[in-house]
Design a protein around this ligand. Structure first.
Ligand SMILES: Cc1cc2nc3c(=O)[nH]c(=O)nc-3n(C[C@H](O)[C@H](O)[C@H](O)COP(=O)(O)OP(=O)(O)OC[C@H]3O[C@@H](n4cnc5c(N)ncnc54)[C@H](O)[C@@H]3O)c2cc1C
Length: 298
C-alpha cells in the first residue's frame, strides 16, 4: 500500500490534544508501523514542510491559526511492546505510540518494579521521552537503556542516553540532525507483581484526589522552580478560579488550567501569560512553561 495515501489534510488538532482546543494541522499522517513511517518519510510529497511528532497530545496546545507542518501521529500504529533479552539483560521495548500507563501495567504484570510512576501520566512513550516526563521522584529517562529514533529522511538509528542532554522536563539531542523517537528500551528491576500493582492503584487514587481530571486539561502548565512548587506560587497570588473565556485556573490544583467547554487556544494561552506575569509581579519568580505551544495566532 502507498503510505502517502494515508496523508490527511487540515487535521483538527482539538481532537488530538488533551485540552480539546486549537487549530488545524496542515497535514497529518498516522503510520501503521515503523516500516511504513520510514518509507513514507523517504519519499514524502511535501519535504518543504517542517515535521512534528504528536503522541497523545497531553502536553500540547496548537494555536487557533493552526500549524503549518506535517504532523506524524504515533499512537495508533507505533504500538509494539515486548520484553527483550539483550546481553543477558532483561529490557522492555515500547514503541513511541504506547501509552505510558500501559507500559507501567505491563511491567508490573511481568513482575518488575520501577515503572509504576508512569501509570498516571496520560502521555505516550515518545512524548515521555521527549519531555522526560516524571512524577513522585522518578523520571522516564531514569529507566532508559537505549532509544530508537528516525530522521526526517526515514533513517532509523539507535541512540544511548549519552547522546542527549537530559534535564527536568526537557531533553535535547547532542547530534546535529533532528531525530524523533520511535521507541525505547527500558530497564526495570525484578520485583513483586502484587506490590507494583498496589502501588499503581495508590498513585492513581492520589491523582484523582489532587487533580481536576474530569475536565480537559494538560496536566501541570508550568515547571516547578528549583525548591518551590508552581502551584503554590499561583495559589499565593490568588489566581485560583481566574478565567479567560472558557479557560479556568483550577480550584483543585492551581497549576492546572481546565477547558470548561469551548475554550479557544487563545483563551488558554492568554490565561497562561496572565498567570506568569502576576506570579512574577508577586513573587519575583518567572514561571517556565512545561506545556508546548506551537502554531500560528489567528
Ligand atoms: C491529567 C494530566 C496529568 C499529567 N501528569 C504528568 C506528570 O505527572 N508528569 C509529567 O511529566 N507530565 C504529566 N502530564 C503531561 C504529559 O502527559 C507528559 O508530558 C507526556 O509525556 C506527554 O506525552 P504525549 O504523548 O501526550 O506528548 P504530546 O503532548 O503529544 O507531545 C509533547 C511534546 O513531545 C513531542 N513528542 C511527542 N512524541 C514524540 C516523538 N515520538 N518524538 C519526538 N518528540 C515527540 C511533541 O512534538 C511535543 O513537543 C500530565 C498531563 C495530563 C493531561
Amino acid at each position: 500500500m502507498n503510505p502517502q495515501a494515508n496523508l490527511l489534510e487540515h487535521v483538527a488538532m482539538e481532537r488530538q490534544t488533551a485540552w480539546r482546543a486549537g487549530g488545524l494541522a496542515r497535514f497529518g499522517y498516522a503510520p501503521s508501523s515503523e516500516e511504513e513511517l520510514s518509507s513514507f518519510l523517504k519519499c514524502k510529497s511535501r519535504p518543504d514542510l517542517p515535521l512534528f511528532f504528536v503522541g497523545l497530545g497531553s502536553n500540547l496546545l496548537i494555536r487557533d491559526g493552526g500549524l503549518e507542518a506535517l504532523v506524524v501521529f504515533t499512537h495508533r500504529g507505533l504500538s509494539d511492546m515486548y520484553v527483550a533479552e539483550r546481553n543477558k539483560d532483561t529490557l522492555f521495548y515500547a514503541s513511541a505510540g504506547v501509552a505510558l500507563p500501559k507500559l507501567a501495567r505491563f511491567s508490573a504484570n511481568m513482575g518488575f518494579e520501577g515503572a509504576e510512576f508512569m501509570a498516571g501520566i496520560p502521555g505516550s512513550v515518545g512524548g515521555g521521552l521527549a519531555m522526560n516526563a516524571g512524577c513522585y521522584g522518578s523520571e522516564v529517562w531514569d529507566c532508559v537503556a537505549r532509544v530508537r529514533t528516525i530522521t526526517s529522511d526515514g533513517e532509523i538509528k539507535e541512540r544511548s542516553p549519552a547522546d542527549y542532554v537530559i534535564e527536568y522536563r526537557n531533553v535535547s539531542q547532542k547530534h546535529q540532525q533532528r531525530e524523533f523517537f520511535v521507541g525505547g528500551w527500558f530497564r526495570f528491576n525484578p520485583g513483586d507483581k502484587k506490590k507494583s500493582r498496589n502501588k499503581i492503584k495508590e498513585l492513581l487514587k492520589r491523582r484523582v484526589r489532587e487533580q481536576p481530571l474530569s475536565r480537559p486539561n494538560s496536566g501541570s502548565v508550568f515547571r516547578n522552580p528549583e525548591g518551590e512548587f508552581a502551584a503554590r506560587l499561583i495559589e499565593r497570588s490568588g489566581l485560583k478560579g481566574l478565567q479567560r473565556g472558557a479557560a479556568l485556573v483550577s480550584d483543585k490544583h492551581a497549576n492546572f488550567i481546565i477547558n470548561t467547554g469551548g475554550a479557544t487556544a487563545k483563551n488558554i494561552e492568554d490565561l497562561i501569560l496572565e498567570v506568569q506575569s502576576v506570579v512574577e509581579l508577586n513573587s519575583g519568580v518567572k514561571l517556565k512553561r512545561e506545556v508546548h505551544i506551537m502554531g500560528d495566532h489567528c
